[in-house]
Write a protein that binds this ligand. Structure first.
Ligand SMILES: Nc1nc2c(c(=O)[nH]1)N[C@H]1C(S)=C(S)[C@@H](COP(=O)(O)O)O[C@H]1N2
Ligand SMILES: [Mo]
Length: 317
């Protein structure tokens, strides 16, 4: 069990290298932390055209989220990854994922729907693509700001016409021990699975990501299709999705099956509900020195709190 729960032990290797810290400080100075543009932007999560700070060499071009937080660099986002199918070592994932084949790819969408269908990746790239700058908060208490490209999951679910009896959505990742060294270990109940309530899945903030910084999704970030639910802990945002099923009952998920006391089905970011082994009050933004306060629903309360009116967030963690 100890090894199963490794996910949750922030390793000492998480200490930010000095050079990242300095460069982030420089950017913060240059963008003045909160730029005029970000103050003018409405409270809605930001959508904008993107290029990486590495590409432009220009710190003025770093995208900001709607709270004025600068996005992490492409390098940070693609070199510090949780992806247990490859490794439990976040800094080893990028290299191990180099040879992964994200194409060809199909996504099966079925269960309690009128029109079950298997989509090719080409079909899905035709669904209206949007750019969203979202915070990603891992249950291990680190976070990043990531400029995603993708499509709203509701656009896909509408195409298959959910039945009235559908209440939940179950997501399944690829099972392929040939490509995923981590799946040769029997320690986890592969494939990785996750779930959402149907109304959460239909919410406009819920994305299927197909890219980062306007480039196709890197293998280590879940290519070619990966869920993004910005108000929930990062483990809900399942990578390398091959199947989506609508169900009547709450689906089992990998983390909830292994350790139900530690990983609830909801997993909404909540600074007041501590994980059994550590506090969720603060977080370490990758590239920054000081810890930040963690925000209720990861800062998206205005958009999503109404989904949970009448639900006790402490017992439904
Ligand atoms: N298939 C799969 N999806 C996954 C994971 C995983 O191990 N396998 N890890 C999750 C966790 S714990 C986090 S924090 C995020 C990390 O996403 P990132 O590497 O793109 O930042 O992916 C989530 N999705
Ligand atoms: Mo995570």
């Amino acid at each position: 069990m100890e090894r199963l729960l490794q996910h949750l032990q922030p390793p000492s290797s998480e200490i930010t290298p000095e050079k990242d810290y300095l460069s982030r400080r420089e950017w913060l100075k240059m963008v003045g932390l909160v730029s005029a543009a970000s103050v003018l932007a409405a409270c809605a999560p930001k959508e904008s055209a993107l290029s990486t700070p590495e590409e432009t060499g220009n710190t003025q071009n770093i995208p900001l989220d709607e709270l004025g937080n600068p996005a992490n660099t492409y390098k940070e986002i693609t070199n510090y990854n949780n992806y247990y199918e490859f490794s439990t070592d976040k800094q080893a994932v990028a290299r191990l994922a180099e040879k992964f084949h994200p194409t060809p790819w199909t996504l099966e969408v079925g269960g309690l729907v009128n029109k079950p269908r298997t989509f090719g990746l080409e079909d899905l790239l035709k669904v209206e693509q949007v750019e969203r700058i979202y915070r990603l908060r891992c249950v291990e208490a680190w976070s990043m700001v990531i400029p995603w490209t993708g499509f709203e999951l509701n656009k896909l679910l509408e195409q298959v016409e959910p039945l009235g009896s559908a209440k939940y959505v179950r997501f399944t990742a690829l099972l392929d021990p040939k490509q995923f060294p981590g799946q040769r270990s029997q320690l986890y109940p592969w494939p990785y699975t996750e779930g959402l309530r149907l109304d959460e899945a239909m919410h406009r903030l819920t994305l299927i990501a197909t890219g980062i910084y306007g480039k196709s999704l890197p293998n280590q970030n879940g290519a070619p299709l990966r869920l993004v639910v910005p108000w929930k802990y990062g483990f809900k945002s399942i990578k390398a999705i091959v199947k989506i099923e609508l169900t009547e009952t709450m689906p089992a998920t990998l983390w909830n099956t292994i350790a139900p006391d530690e990983y609830g089905f909801y997993a909404n970011v909540n600074p007041q509900v501590d994980h059994p082994r550590w506090s969720q009050r603060t977080e370490r933004r990758i590239g920054e020195l000081n810890r930040r306060e963690t925000l209720l629903f990861n800062g998206y309360a205005e958009e999503v709190a109404s989904l949970y009116s009448g639900l006790d967030l402490r017992s439904n963690y």
